[in-house]
Design a protein around this ligand. Structure first.
Ligand code: GLP
Length: 248
């Protein structure tokens, strides 16, 4: 794992967007399919904006791009204001005019009826696409990855999870109230994430300092899901000063 300190979030977003642009351009030139694992959250907004800008300035044929999102709340319609599908449409898929048939999400509606089948199907769909070229990651205030909350084992695959109280209270502002925040979600597991060829994590702001430091200092431990990924052969983490625990 390589920790890349940056002064400000926008520096990290620009560096990672450039790397993504390069990856997409090389794949297009080689007429090779490319598979990205995508994340949501405020952290990703600047990254997606930077990538959209780069692709507008220097267009790449994205016909070979397939995406898999990390997670989704259960019980929200895909066009719900707070659904991750809506977030992706607004921040990336719409601006890039991507073919939505190639942009995949774990199926929350199916998971409510038949969690085992829906979850196994998503892991299989990811594996069927080959090895993901790159998986984007953020980190929750309690250290969750996707919605792999503390307590998640290294060998878990896509599954339905109960959201921790802190995760729900962090989302309450955006949902308008705590009661409106779903209690469950469907998430790629740590094992799905670890299969990706490259892992790229962004951590910005003081609320990420504690979970980041705890995971970086930890042996592989379910209480810090990020700790399972630290031995991955191609893992970069960008962190601004606040996320590295520096006073601003
Ligand atoms: C969300 C997502 C995570 C994300 C995290 C942090 O709920 N499930 O994938 O990394 O919380 O979000 P933010 O970037 O808004 O801090």
């Amino acid at each position: 794992m390589k920790l890349i300190p940056v002064k400000q979030a926008s520096d990290a977003c620009q560096e990672l967007a450039l790397e993504m642009h390069g990856l997409l351009a090389r794949a297009a030139a080689d007429q090779r399919p490319v598979v990205l694992g995508l994340a949501t959250g405020n952290t990703m907004v600047g990254l997606y904006a930077a990538l959209v800008d780069l692709l507008r300035g220097d267009p790449v044929n994205l016909a070979g791009l397939t995406t898999f999102n990390l997670d989704e709340f259960l019980g929200l319609a895909p066009d719900h204001e707070r659904s991750f599908q809506r977030f992706m449409n607004e921040n990336l898929f719409g601006p890039l005019d991507l073919d939505l048939a190639r942009c995949h999400f774990p199926d929350g509606a199916w998971a409510q009826k038949d969690p085992e089948a829906a979850c196994a199907a998503y892991s299989q769909q990811i594996q069927g696409a080959g090895v993901m070229d790159m998986q984007l990651l953020g980190i929750g205030r309690n250290g969750h990855m996707g919605f792999n909350e503390p307590g998640s084992p290294a060998n878990c695959w896509t599954r339905v999870v109960s959201l921790h109280a802190l995760t729900r209270s962090d989302a309450a502002g955006e949902f308008g109230s705590l009661a409106a925040v779903p209690e469950t979600a469907i998430t790629m597991g740590m094992a799905d994430i670890a299969r990706a060829e490259r892992l790229r994590l962004l951590a910005f702001g003081s609320s990420k300092a504690k979970p980041l430091a705890a995971a970086l200092a930890s042996e592989p431990n379910p209480e810090h899901p990020l700790s399972f990924l630290l031995q991955h052969p191609d893992f970069k983490i960008w962190a601004d000063g606040a996320a590295r625990g520096q006073e601003s």
